[in-house]
Write a protein that binds this ligand. Structure first.
Ligand code: PEP
Length: 257
């Protein structure tokens, strides 16, 4: 049974005070831990204070990045060792903004994945649409180099914990809300690839999230897709009201059906 996972990606928006105040606002209205996991990926300096505010709640505090090494002369980097100290349970790796703006490639992301796992932090690995489809001579082909690259050498007991996300670059930060069928198809393709690489037991248990212009209006239909186990939400997660509506998407779904 794959437990739904709803994640806010605040990027470089909220400062420490705003981050803590947000948790204070939402913490009494989160869904039950048995029904859903909820997380917020925030700037590294806010994580420790957020973790203190989140004590006793069903809220995961998530880092947006981690270094590929655990210690050493890497000025400006943030190690998974320190993230673990700050109470971080998950780290987002390979977000398309990291790939696009900071030139992270599959090999670098793979090193980060392994460093995080060494410290007991679970990677949420983002993949974009290049992984899912590429047009070759007018024909849509599916290519999986990203997935193979970022998971290279990861032990099978660690693979079981990993969360993947499908974030098509044209949908992230865009004006167009996501088409639920596209979200479903991307996640389904990723699951089939995981199955081909590692077998059906792992693929059936792996949580695969969708990200790209999710909002309170479209979340219920996106979450209603068979292979979508959760969502990564950027802009719409910055409002506490909207975030609460989205983590409680089941209520909207029962109204839709
Ligand atoms: C993201 O950056 O991960 C994201 C999904 O952003 P948005 O929801 O704003 O498209």
């Amino acid at each position: 049974m794959r437990k739904p996972f709803i994640i806010a990606n605040w990027k470089m928006h909220k400062n420490i005070e705003e981050s803590v105040a947000f948790i204070n606002q939402i913490k009494d209205y989160l869904p039950r831990a048995a029904d859903e996991e909820v997380g917020i990926a925030a700037q590294a300096v806010a994580l420790s204070s957020m973790n203190q505010m989140a004590q006793g709640t069903n809220l995961q505090i998530i880092a947006q990045n981690a270094a590929s090494e655990l210690m050493g002369p890497y000025t400006g980097e943030i190690s998974a060792r320190s993230l673990a100290d700050a109470g971080v349970s998950y780290v987002m790796l390979g977000h398309l903004e990291r790939r696009r703006l900071f030139h992270e490639d599959n090999q670098m992301i793979n090193q980060k994945v392994r460093a995080a796992l060494t410290m007991g932090i679970t990677p949420i690995i983002c993949t974009d649409d290049k992984m899912v489809q590429a047009s070759v001579k007018g024909e849509i082909r599916y290519v999986f180099d990203q997935l193979k690259g970022v998971l290279k050498g990861v032990a099978s007991q660690d693979l079981q914990k990993i969360v993947l996300s499908y974030e098509p670059s044209w949908a992230v930060g865009s004006k167009h809300s996501a088409n639920p069928l596209v979200a479903q198809e991307g996640c389904r393709r990723i699951r089939r690839t995981v199955e081909n690489l590692y077998g059906s037991a792992l693929a059936n248990n792996m949580r695969i999230l969708y990200g790209g212009s999710v909002n309170p209006e479209n979340i219920a239909t996106i979450m209603g897709q068979a292979d979508v186990d959760g969502v990564l939400i950027g802009r719409a997660s910055l409002s506490a009201n909207d975030f609460l509506k989205m983590v409680n998407w089941r209520q909207a779904l029962s109204q839709v059906m």
